[in-house]
Design a protein around this ligand. Sequence first.
Ligand code: TXE
Length: 490
Amino acid sequence: MELPNGGVNVQPLRNFINGVFVPAVSGSLMDTTNPATGEVITQLPLSKAEDVALATQAACNALPGWKSTTLEERIEWLEKIADVLEEKSEDIARLETLDTGKPISLSRRVDAYRSVANFRFFAEHATELPNLQYEANGAVNHVHRSPVGCVGLITPWNLPLYLLSWKVAPALLMGNTIVAKPSEMTPLTANLLAETMAELGLPHGVFNLVHGLGPDVGQAIVEHPDIQAISFTGGTATGRIVAATAAPMFKKLSLELGGKNATVLLDDAPLDSIMDDLVRASFTNSGQVCLAGSRILVHNAIYDEFEQRFVEAVNALVVGDPQDEQTQMGAVISRDHQSKVESYITLGLEEGGRVIAGGTSAQVPFPNLPSQGAFIRPTVIAGLPISCRTATEEIFGPVVTLHRFNDEDEAVAMVNATDYGLAGSVWTASANRGHAFAQRMDSGIVWVNTWLNRDLRTPFGGVKQSGVGREGGLWSMNFFSELTNVCVQR
Ligand code: TXE
């Protein structure tokens, strides 16, 4: 029998608690669907607070043993996990494409690759942690590092294992035990990670995975008194709820939230060599990347030339079946999200914009794609004021707005005219000019003449409503550890 879902047969999922796979206490299940076809892929546990309590108990019980391992032993664990994930790279890619609707080429190149790289990176850089000692006043101060304890990791649907592994690796490395919750829309690769932990014999309870809805399972993790830190990646609205719950409990909190990032072309931007990068920055993963450039600001001197070239490049994107190797843009995560994104295209028209590429699927049917698939063509809207809702609210889909500016001061004001401050990029013939401009942008991350060039040692995160704190390299290792200063009088 030809399996549905691109030939991947996925058994019903279970939670991973105390080293074993178990159903939710209630036995309840929910479907997860393939957004490209509307087919049900499998079922996952519809867990509740009682399941989170069992997972947290397991994590607490495992903590003394795990925190007593040495850094070297935990580095070895990360390397073993990376090795197994690397062997499973193709499974990761196929499951990610099934769950998210993203092209298989993207799942391989970004999701599978980076999930392995995250474990390898933290294993390789663990020893860069400085041993801190300070001498003064006849005393020596020794800064000792210890795990936070049991930590809660909550992740979104756009880069499922990429973002889960980004948190799991440093959390394990620093000696913490984990209660993790993936998005209910993309549980498959989190399950593969749990299977990997089981295969490797990671001590029971060190890594626990609880599936279910955010307000049930996510909320229960955030409010559980035995979970001492929360690392959350997701939307700003949800981040606000997480913060409101965690703050009064004085939990350590890392919030990686939404963005409305600007791509800025100065008057000397080299259009002959950057169009592919600009399309990539706008439409990778159907724009469902918090780092995507969703507002493109272009100096008047080159605007007309840019608009013509950009529309041509966008219309050349191959939108299609995510399982097809040639596809460059697949489906968005769900029909609901498709409706949300399309409502912004409609809003853009209402706010005075011109759709110069793409548009809602109603206007641009796909004759050869499943009718129930959540497909939207890459869409470009020109002529909108920078302050309108379409240009200031996060759409998180394949929609970008184009805007003109006359000078750098005006561009800086436009860049910073949103409630977000996560990322951005600047394109110019002069790197120094781009670097100077970048420092005027209220963002956590700015690329100059590139996009998504990632050095994992660097701090990652945003300002304003894009989040609190930084992850990456030492910032992750510091988040997932507590410091005690012991001052010894000579
Ligand atoms: O987020 P949601 P989504 C952002 C991106 C976009 C969003 C999309 O900008 O806005 O994430 O991901 C759980 N208590 N980023 O829609 O809904 C939920 O079940 C606790 C930014 O998934 O916020 C899921 O597991 N948890 C990021 C997770 O929270 C709750 C990069 C995220 O869900 C909850 C990627 C609750 N009350 C996406 N409600 C960056 N800045 O790096 C839901 N959840």
